[in-house]
Write a protein that binds this ligand. Structure first.
Ligand SMILES: [Zn+2]
Length: 155
């Protein structure tokens, strides 16, 4: 099975860059990246040291419901090239492990699928989940801080 790693919703990213509200109704904070573990959810590269970035609350789901977790994410403050979906993005190589969870088409967690996964086994675990009946997508989160990183779908 081929899989794709999704860049964060382009319309949401554009709105945040232009000063629009985040998931908590606040404008994004603007800071300068220290170059250490600041993954941009659009290009899926770390924001380089010295480059301005946004910190905002993100809810990577279409509507508010009990499973629509909201948390902090970073974005390049200036326009960047959204990840094209091919191959494991750089932001998923900076930590030894990640939290993966499968969701159904109603954006609800499928219990029993959540697992701290070694970085090198991440793609294989995602493929296994996506092959299961009822799995619509797999979210990748920080195993340390639970921040949303990216979403994996069947290509
Ligand atoms: Zn970026």
């Amino acid at each position: 099975m081929e899989i794709r790693y999704l860049s964060y919703d382009a319309k949401t990213v554009a709105g945040l860059r232009s000063g629009g509200p985040d998931a908590y109704g606040m404008p994004a904070e603007r800071v300068v990246s220290d170059g250490q573990g600041n993954p941009c959810r659009c290009c899926l590269h770390d924001v380089p040291k010295g480059v301005e970035m946004l910190i905002c609350a993100a809810m990577p789901f279409p509507s508010v419901q009990p499973y629509a977790e909201t948390g902090p994410v970073f974005l390049c403050a200036e326009n960047c090239e959204p990840w094209d979906g091919q191959g494991v993005p750089p932001v998923l190589t900076s930590s030894p492990e990640y939290l993966l969870k499968a969701y159904n088409a109603d954006h609800r967690i499928i219990y029993g699928t959540g697992k701290i996964t070694q970085a090198g086994e991440l793609a294989d675990y995602a493929v296994g989940l996506l092959a299961r009946e009822g799995v619509a997508f797999v979210d990748v989160r920080s195993a340390r801080n639970n921040c949303f990183q990216t979403r994996i779908v069947a290509a």
